[in-house]
Ligand binder design. Sequence first.
Ligand SMILES: C[S@@+](CC[C@H](N)C(=O)[O-])C[C@H]1O[C@@H](n2cnc3c(N)ncnc32)[C@H](O)[C@@H]1O
Length: 204
Amino acid sequence: MGIYSRHVFPRLCDRAMRRSEMARLRSELLADVDGEVLEIGFGTGLNLEHYPEHVRRLTAVDPGEGMGRLGRRRIARSKMEVDHRVTGAESLPFEDDRFDCVVTTWTLCSIPAVRRALSEVYRVLKPGGRFLFLEHGLNDDPSVRRWQHRLTLIQRVLADGCRLDLDVESVVRSQLFREVEVARFLLEGTPRLLGSIYRGVARK
Ligand SMILES: C[S@@+](CC[C@H](N)C(=O)[O-])C[C@H]1O[C@@H](n2cnc3c(N)ncnc32)[C@H](O)[C@@H]1O
């Protein structure tokens, strides 16, 4: 892991992801979580202030060291109790059927083995538990898609592994979830390349 990944990108990412429109979407998604909650791709902890009052404990994973450093500072300033683990989602260090909710926001794009990670999400959810996600991905317009495929190579370098062309809905639907609901919309003030949003809930 180089200097860019450890020191530069986490700060850039934290600043870019703090926008008020994104904060509003975080609050809307998280309003509905309850019970034992796992957040995957905790990053710099931008979701912390958006968890509802009844969620005071969180388990969080993220393999990024630099992200983790900023994330732990936010944890220290928060009233929530967070069990923060520096690890990837492809092999979660938790027993089967443990969590009521698993959450990801703007994370699936950065996970190299995303299907493997989603099968882990399914495994650690209790029967009836929910996976809530707010992600960016592939646009429906073929000309935008073409550019998303072309520019993913550059985006991966600039944004520490993030790809522009993940078909979020189909990777979630490829798992064993009983029900999947997905809403698609554009993020205000963001080019379609990066602002094609998938917000959804999948139930085990
Ligand atoms: C764009 S950031 C989003 C951070 C945070 N979820 C947010 O909404 O602000 C993507 C995050 O995915 C994390 N990530 C990358 N690979 C991962 C993996 N294999 N498992 C879990 N998280 C991963 C990165 O370290 C980074 O924190």
